[in-house]
Design a protein around this ligand. Structure first.
Ligand code: ADP
Length: 491
């Protein structure tokens, strides 16, 4: 009988145990979808001391081994927890992971070299006879696993069948360190080929570069971003190696948890609604306008942003265009924190009743904003995938996005001739173009409500489930391992 596909998914974060951003969401959701799509999955995460007691109390000690790192020999415990059909293995070393936050320490290079090596080493200590076919690594924290696998473990029988996949969630963070780490920590200085493939300049080595050179397949989180990162403009100095390896690079869109994000059941909303009965959305809008101190008027389009207030998210364009947008009759509400708080306050003071800001992180309010708004603005400079525009569409709020990365792949721009579309878009990183797109949306809202409502329906019925992504990852795994079986679970 053919062997079933068995995948080890290694990540520095995974919801609900530890999450600082999108990687945590993906590692929390994708493995479950992979299991449904027919693979067995073990997820490996560092055992941070910040993981809630509720989970640590359920963990079982299932093994331990030692990891050599340069002159060090470090303990690694394996702590097991089964949740929603997925086995999680937490890699335990208090020196490295009993800290107040996952990242940001002087020895991050050593900490995640340890994690990467422990992941590779642990493939021979897996429970229940699990035989890894695919080692799926994510971002720079696990980037050295494919390097260690090839340089230190190749030839050992258990490792012969292991193929590696490396996913880029954010190319801006690459794990770049002084090259003394090559000898002191990685133990690779005496292997000229390894040193060459990790070195990014005369005095630094780069973990992500190592993964890109060593792994069997590379993915990133949208097809457009997969193309963009091969250009100097978006590649953050890794575009050259990505162009050279583009035959193994593909883009697979992230999904969202459509149970967690569902306007027909979301208990935080003023009223629930669905594509078949949209009445509740008007109540959500009126309640949101009231809550934020905006004029309560159904005839004024309400555009929101829920975002980090950073340059990446296009806040320069927003600052440039807000006078035109607000004086043109569009209401604006912004929820977020970051570098542009003062300028957002300035506009809120200048346009009372038309503009509101809330400078905080508030998940419940974000849900009231996704549901109560007509339009969602996301004019990013770059966007590997983006989640907010997908949530907005699910809540019947039409996104206005710049055509970059995952924004381009998820939002179909309105076509006035065919009526097709799920939102509005503009091409260049330019404040006037963004303003034009906002008013294209506003004009449709004012002048042709039937077409507007059709767009809302299209947006709400798009398929953004993780199933689609999981099927694409499974196809990739199978291309690396045609001999193993996938056995999808019954619906
Ligand atoms: P990022 O680049 O920040 O990961 P994404 O669009 O992929 O951007 O995901 C952002 C997620 O964080 C969304 O779920 C969004 O609703 C949420 N979010 C961002 N800022 C806030 C905030 N201030 N309050 C509540 N949720 C927020």
């Amino acid at each position: 009988m053919a062997k079933k596909m068995q995948v080890v998914f290694a990540s520095a974060e995974a919801a609900p145990f530890v999450k600082t951003g999108g990687l945590g969401d993906v590692a929390g959701s994708l493995p479950k979808a992979l299991k449904k799509a027919g693979a067995d999955v073990i997820v490996m995460v560092p055992k941070y001391s910040t993981i809630p007691d509720y989970y640590t109390q359920q963990m079982q000690h299932v093994g331990e081994f030692y990891v050599s790192l340069g002159w060090r020999n470090e303990y690694c415990g394996l702590e097991r927890l089964d949740l929603d059909g997925i086995t999680y293995l937490f890699l335990d070393n208090e020196h490295y992971f009993a800290r107040s936050y996952p990242y940001g320490f002087f020895d991050d290079g050593e900490r995640f070299a340890f994690f990467s090596k422990a992941v590779t080493e642990s493939l021979q200590h897996l429970p229940d006879g699990f035989q890894c076919d695919i080692l799926h690594c994510n971002d720079w924290h696990t980037a050295l696993s494919p390097v260690f696998l090839r340089e230190f473990y190749q030839g050992l029988p258990l490792y012969e069948r292991v193929k590696t996949v490396f996913s880029i969630h954010n190319i801006a963070f690459q794990g770049q360190f002084s090259d003394t780490i090559l000898n002191d920590v990685l133990g690779l200085a005496h292997i000229p080929n390894a040193a060459r493939q990790l070195r990014c300049d005369s005095s630094s080595i780069n973990y992500m570069l190592g993964a890109l050179n060593y792994t069997d397949a590379i993915t990133t989180v949208s097809p457009t971003y997969a193309g963009e990162i091969q250009t100097p403009e978006y590649g953050e100095h890794l575009d050259g190696v990505l162009r050279r390896r583009n035959n193994i690079l593909s883009g697979i869109l992230n999904g969202i948890d459509t149970v967690e994000w569902d306007p027909s059941t979301d208990y935080q909303l003023t009223e629930n609604y669905s594509v078949d009965n949209m009445e509740g959305k008007a109540a959500c809008k009126a309640a949101l306008q009231q809550e934020l101190g905006l004029e309560v008027r159904s005839d004024r389009p309400l555009m929101v942003m829920v975002t980090r207030l950073t340059r990446q998210k296009g806040m320069d364009l927003v600052t440039y265009a807000l006078d035109r947008i607000l004086s043109g009759g569009v209401q604006v509400a912004i929820l977020g924190t970051g570098d542009y708080e003062d300028s957002m306050n300035y506009f809120a003071n200048k346009y009372p009743g038309s503009m509101a800001v809330r400078l905080t992180f508030d998940s419940a309010l974000s849900r009231r904003m996704y549901s109560g708004a007509d339009m969602f603005l996301m004019p990013s400079l770059f966007e590997p995938c983006g989640l907010s525009q997908i949530i907005a569409m699910r809540y019947g709020t039409l996104p206005i996005v710049r055509e970059t990365g995952g924004l381009k792949d998820t939002v179909i721009p309105y076509n006035q001739f065919t009526g097709e579309g799920t939102g509005f878009s503009f091409a260049h990183f330019n404040g006037d173009e963004m303003g034009d797109a906002v008013f294209r949306a506003a004009r449709l809202f004012w002048d042709d409500r039937d077409s507007w409502n059709e767009l809302v329906k299209h947006a709400m019925t798009q398929d953004f489930t993780w199933k689609r992504s999981a099927d694409a990852y499974i196809d990739l795994y199978r291309s690396l391992h045609p001999d193993v079986e996938v056995m999808p679970e019954p619906e």
